[in-house]
Design a protein around this ligand. Sequence first.
Ligand SMILES: [Zn+2]
Length: 119
Amino acid sequence: MTDDSDFLSSLPRLPLPSLEEMERAREEERGRPPLVTTLPEPDFVPGGIARFHCVLGCGWHHDEAPGLEPMGPVRVPVDFTPEQLSDALSEHAAARAERFRRRVESAIAAHFADAHPNH
Ligand SMILES: [Zn+2]
């Protein structure tokens, strides 16, 4: 039987970011607004809702709650470096922004097909 403290002290010490650093990075990522590229500018209504109005002014709108979107796992190698963590968080944010954009675009496209089929 081996002594746990001997086992732990034999492990290499990796320059891992502290839990505080990782949590800070996640908080920054959470606070970053999703990329709005080809989408109309939303109104921000109380409750953290981004409201996308129909550009034709018919009164229709699509609501999104970016802050309530599940984060999902951020995948990094077991022996990740701070750069790999940063890259993984950036990729994760880009993927979330892409899903957000596609969801809003789909909602707008569905509305146009339904209400403004000649546009
Ligand atoms: Zn409309």
